[in-house]
Design a protein around this ligand. Structure first.
Ligand code: PMP
Ligand code: GLN
Length: 395
């Protein structure tokens, strides 16, 4: 996928493997074919009205010029309060919190700030696509540890073997996109111990921190020896279902955040002034909002998983995020890319082949991701359409 761009003679060769992102590609396919889009992960309803009202109010109140480089103070304070309320972590809003243009910028700025050319960055595959691109832009090398379907566990020996004298960072994502895995205490402890032993940093992408279903989200920064070596990243896009606002943040020790701020200021400098005011309001919403969001998304998970199971798919029920993966072998297919490219025409549904997030393509060949952050009627319609093709293929 993205092969046309890959052959572009002007493109920096270190970026040649990165064409158009799969999300843009699959959303364009959905628009072109009028299919139900369970590909790109964005909700099809707005987030809390008091938060969007606060954005409109901020524009009316004239908060329309550059905000301060580190983010507006009320938002940094709200981020620190949110982190303390839900995770028990304490960050100084003056020095240990940085507002970014989405989690994407927080991750890119962290890699650019903290890695030197030739450093190695360990990440788990399937990995979120911007990780590989940001590692490449930083001139670093990725080393991947595979999460093995169907339960997406990893071999502890694989992880230990991935650490070398060049390892600079682990780029961790829990709850994990695209698998929906939530790393448990024992897994996080192993990662943390190796990081301490090898003196390695962590960037912990926790954008789905509020989407865990019956399990606990544990920030790796709270483990022994980790608080001073971890940059924790989150995003209002995921917490409040305003993915287009692109307000994210990074929290960590003053020294780490000062380093990340150095690169961030030359990427976007600042962004989303009025939206920063709105997100500050959102982060202080009552527990009811956060609990209700989790419960609503859990019921959508159950709804889509039931629909996919009824349609004949082998479903890997996720503990977190708003994504579910299936093995398409159960419906007689064996290549996720072919399957996803033909799906809109066959039945009017768009999904994402998770194969594109693996270096070990074989490990992900038959895995396909569906997003369930959609209205119930949309999820039901997708289930009906998928069942119809499986029936037609006589399985
Ligand atoms: N990390 C993960 C795991 C994601 O799924 C996403 C996509 N939303 C991001 C980061 C990017 O977040 P943002 O839109 O805030 O840049
Ligand atoms: N995070 C979203 C997903 O995984 C997509 C965001 C994007 O398109 N960059 O589907």
């Amino acid at each position: 996928m993205g092969s046309a761009e890959s052959q572009n003679r002007y493109l920096n060769p270190s970026m040649a493997e990165f064409g158009t992102t799969i999300f843009a590609e699959m959303s364009a396919l959905a628009v072109r074919t009028g299919a139900v889009n369970l590909g790109q992960g964005f909700p099809d309803t707005d987030g809390p009205p008091e938060v969007s009202a606060a954005a409109i109010e901020a524009i009316r109140a004239g908060h329309n010029q550059y905000p301060p480089g580190q983010g507006i103070q009320p938002l940094r304070e709200a981020i620190a309060r949110h982190r303390r309320r839900f995770r028990g972590q304490v960050f100084d809003p003056e020095a240990e919190v940085l507002v970014t243009a989405g989690a994407t910028e927080a991750i890119a700025a962290s890699l650019l700030a903290l890695c030197r050319a030739g450093d190695e960055v360990i990440t788990f595959e399937p990995y979120y696509d911007s990780y590989a691109a940001s590692i490449a832009m930083a001139g670093a090398t990725r080393r991947v540890v595979t999460l093995q379907a169907p339960d997406y566990t990893f071999d502890p020996d694989d992880l230990a073997a991935a650490f070398t004298s060049n390892t600079r960072m682990v780029l961790l994502n829990s709850p994990h996109n695209p698998t929906g895995k939530v790393f448990d205490a024992a897994e996080l402890a192993q990662i943390a111990e190796l990081c301490v032993e090898h003196d390695v940093l962590v960037v912990s992408d926790e954008v789905y921190e509020h989407l865990v279903y019956g399990v606990e989200h544990i920030p790796i920064a709270t483990l022994p020896g980790m608080s001073d070596r971890t940059v924790t990243v989150s995003s209002a896009g995921k917490i409040f279902s305003f993915t287009g606002w692109k307000i994210g943040w990074a929290c960590g020790s003053a020294e780490l955040i000062a380093a990340v701020r150095t690169t961030k200021q030359f990427l976007t400098y600042v962004s989303g002034g009025p939206f920063q005011h709105a997100v500050a309001v959102g982060l202080d919403l009552e527990d009811d909002f956060f609990d209700g969001y989790t419960t609503a998304m859990q019921s959508k998970r159950d709804r889509l998983c039931a629909g996919l199971t009824d349609a004949g798919f082998d479903v890997m029920i996720p503990d977190g995020t708003y994504f579910v993966t299936v093995d398409i072998a159960s419906v007689g297919a064996d290549d996720g890319i072919e399957f996803c490219l033909s799906l809109p025409e066959r039945c009017g549904v768009v999904a994402v082949p998770t194969q594109v997030f693996y270096d070990d393509v074989e490990a992900g060949r038959r895995l396909v991701r569906f997003a369930f952050c959609k209205r119930d009627e949309v999820l039901d319609e997708a289930g009906r359409r998928l069942a119809a093709i499986v029936e037609r293929s006589g399985r």
